[in-house]
Design a protein around this ligand. Structure first.
Ligand code: GDP
Ligand code: IMO
Ligand code: MG
Length: 401
């Protein structure tokens, strides 16, 4: 049975660690959305791996598959291929991020001024936009060597973005040659042999282009329902979805963040949790566990089981707050959908909980930690399957089903 791992917040929930933890018996790990804007961290025996484009199964030498909903940057791909062993398959239908896309990403951000989204500047938005305009080359186009780049170049020229792509095309062809294929067919083939596959989500549910905090979102879908579309298979392929959530919240980049904490306490959590972006190194904004948005994410992804990460961070701070409703211009809202048009004005109503300060993880799950797990299960109507209390694979509690 396949399964998927999806971020339930604004990204960086610890998806890489969880995928690594649970992929031991799987044949392959599949990325199905986004591109090198992702930064997924796996720590094994003190050694840290950060993957931007390849799936985190790379740390276990698993087969790595990029489905056609991923936008592929050949330069980043080449760097990552050099660091891993294991078979790699890139879907021939993936769009290829061009140097023009990266320039446009930067220019749009600069033109937005104070309203900049804080993108990763990896050309992700422009690449998906060029695909929608039917101007972007796919992996198979780069390899066929007969793609007409004129329309793309003319379009970019209108924005004064130009330059000869010939050298980049040659380079990309060398990187992509021999690793392209049909991601959906490969997953079906593995399943027919009785092998399991993990689908590794990138970004988080609230960054989904359609259902997230638009326009402060990424440019792809981030939800489990994008998996079958990305592979070109039917919905049955997804399997169970495990939602990954941090026991507080973070957000990197701009945009509304109702449960945001600022000041000394936020700085302390950022320092203890090492909350700096794995892709850009930017300081992540800090907030509290927000059940309003989590309920929305759980529903959209059909999540029945969750993995909770970073509870060790809570054991080093004296306070613990949660949010079950927002106040928007004096109105109380507990349905994220209703808050969407007014998210900028939404302020979390925070409740103080028993702190986990000084918690000793060698005793297992008792007291304040048990209470927190029970609260999460009750509020979200899910089972907590994994509790992560450190970045190492071994620092994980597994709850029996
Ligand atoms: P992803 O994008 O969802 O894969 O998450 P990132 O890798 O961007 O960020 C998560 C960070 O938290 C990484 O540095 C992980 O090594 C780290 N991490 C994951 N789980 C835990 C945990 O339980 N405790 C601590 N302290 N760090 C964790
Ligand atoms: P992982 O997979 C956190 C954010 C950016 C920005 C917005 C748009 O590691 O969880 P983009 O470059 O995608 O056009 O930027 O989305 N963002 C992420 N935030 N984790 C990520 O990935 C992210 N990928 C994009 O910071 O606010
Ligand atoms: Mg990340």
């Amino acid at each position: 049975m396949n399964f998927s791992v999806i971020g339930l917040q604004w990204g960086d929930e610890g998806k890489g660690k969880i995928v690594d933890y649970i992929s031991g018996n799987c044949a392959a790990v599949v990325r199905f959305n986004g591109g090198s804007n992702a930064g997924h961290t796996v720590v094994k025996d003190g050694k840290k791996y950060v993957f931007h484009l390849l799936p985190s199964g790379a740390a276990r030498g698993k087969e790595m598959i990029l489905a056609s909903g991923v936008v592929v940057d050949p330069i980043i791909l080449s760097e990552e291929i050099g660091k891993v062993f294991g078979k790699i398959l890139i879907d021939s239908r993936c769009s290829v991020v061009t140097p023009y896309d990266k320039k446009l990403d930067e220019i749009i951000e600069e033109k937005r001024g104070s309203l900049a989204l804080g993108t990763t500047r990896r050309g992700i938005g422009p690449s998906y936009a060029m695909r929608a305009l039917r101007l972007e080359p796919r992996v198979c186009d780069i390899l066929a060597n007969d793609f007409n780049f004129e329309a793309l170049a003319t379009f970019y020229d209108m924005m004064h973005i130009n330059g000869n792509l010939q050298e980049w095309i040659e380079y990309s062809r060398n990187v992509l040659k021999g690793i392209e294929g049909d991601s959906g067919a490969r997953v079906v083939e593995l399943n027919e042999k009785g092998e399991e596959v993990v689908f590794e989500g990138s970004q988080g549910s609230l960054l989904d282009i359609m259902h997230g905090s638009y326009p402060y979102v990424t440019s792809s879908h981030t939800l489990s329902t994008y998996i079958p579309l990305s592979l070109g298979l039917s919905k049955d392929i997804i399997g169970d979805t495990i939602g990954v959530m941090k026991c507080y919240a973070t957000r990197v980049g701009s945009g509304p963040f109702p449960s945001e904490e600022k000041g000394v306490l936020a700085e302390e959590i950022r320092r203890i949790g090492n909350e700096y972006g794995a892709t850009t190194g930017r300081a992540r904004r800090i907030g509290w566990l927000d059940f309003v948005s989590l309920k929305y994410a759980v529903r959209m992804n059909g999540v029945k089981e969750v993995a909770i990460t970073k509870v060790d961070v809570l054991s080093k701070i004296r306070q613990l707050k949660i949010c079950r409703s927002y106040s928007v211009d004096g109105e109380e809202i507990s349905d994220f959908f209703k808050a969407i048009p007014r998210l900028d004005d939404a302020k979390a109503e925070l409740e103080e909980m028993d702190s986990l300060h000084g918690y000793d993880f060698s005793i297992g799950m008792k007291g304040a930690l048990k209470k927190l797990i029970e609260l999460i299960e009750e509020e979200l109507k899910v089972s907590v399957r994994l509790v992560s209390y450190g970045e190492e694979r071994s620092e994980t509690f597994e709850l029996s089903r």
